[in-house]
Design a protein around this ligand. Structure first.
Ligand SMILES: C[S@@+](CC[C@H](N)C(=O)[O-])C[C@H]1O[C@@H](n2cnc3c(N)ncnc32)[C@H](O)[C@@H]1O
Length: 254
């Protein structure tokens, strides 16, 4: 069994000089070994081998799914980091196929799964069994092999044996408590990145950085999507607002 991505464009008709939406945009990630029911009729599994299928007046395009199509479907128990913030972490640290990442907490495994597609290995810690269980399922669904999940308290560095880590990413409410762990695990020149929704968390984290770290910068990534449709050309009303601040520091001393 495999998966297919079914996409249907919005369909409009002209009515007295105005365009009226007859049916909306749809996107479905579906199993290719079963018929698929739509509100317009059934798409037979044999038709999923074609590049497009007509159902009544509607046309569905049949595509091979990409990683991002699967990623958007992962189960979420804890809040996952947004794509815009993941993008900024990658761009500001330059992590790549040779990097080893330490990630805490795992949460639903959103960040760990995305980074695993880019880096050599992700080691991800959480203290919560339920979160680790969801993350494990998500990793399996995405068929990712280079993530190691560990149940550990990131604030207690006695239990943490990793060394020579290229980037250590914190998404926990009290990141300042993990600075000692960061000193121990990071290689010289490695990045410590903290993601926090509140600026008072950022302040406390930056104050906690020891002389082994160079504080680089704190950023907030603001993404504004625009509606681009005929006469409607403006920022979309339903924008993602504030998500969090990203703070970057580098280890400069052993
Ligand atoms: C917001 S979630 C992380 C989401 C994750 N970055 C993602 O993109 O899916 C925060 C997680 O940190 C975990 N956590 C909190 N304190 C921790 C600690 N001291 N050590 C390890 N994990 C911790 C929580 O159990 C929770 O699962």
């Amino acid at each position: 069994m495999g998966k297919k991505l079914l996409i249907k464009k919005e369909r409009k008709v002209d009515a007295e000089g105005r365009k009226i939406v007859i049916s909306r945009f749809e996107k479905h990630l579906i199993n290719d070994d079963k018929d698929f029911n739509t509100q317009f009729g059934v798409i037979k599994k044999n038709n999923l081998k074609k590049s497009s299928v007509k159902v009544g007046k509607e046309e569905f395009f049949v595509l091979e799914p990409s990683f991002i199509d699967y990623y958007k479907q992962i189960k979420r128990l804890a809040q996952i980091i947004t794509l815009k913030d993941i993008g900024a972490i990658i761009a500001n640290t330059g992590i790549n196929k040779d990097s080893i990442v330490l990630d805490a907490g795992t949460g639903s495994g959103g960040l760990a799964c995305f980074l695993a597609m880019i880096v050599k290995k992700v080691i991800s810690y959480d203290i919560n069994d339920k979160h680790l269980e969801i993350a494990k399922k998500n990793i399996k669904t995405l068929n990712i092999k280079n993530i190691e999940l560990k149940k550990r308290d990131i604030f207690n560095n006695k239990n943490i044996k990793e060394k020579n880590i290229n980037i250590f990413i914190l998404d926990v409410t009290e990141p300042w408590k993990a600075v000692n762990t960061a000193e121990k695990v990071l290689k010289l020149g490695g990045f410590l990145v903290s993601y926090s929704p509140n600026i008072n968390q950022v302040e406390r984290f930056v104050k906690a950085l020891t002389d082994k770290f160079l504080y680089e910068r704190t950023i907030e990534v603001i993404e504004r999507e625009w509606a681009v449709k005929e006469k409607v050309l403006r920022p979309r009303m339903k924008d993602i607002g504030h998500t969090g601040f990203l703070t970057f520091a580098r280890k400069i001393k052993n």
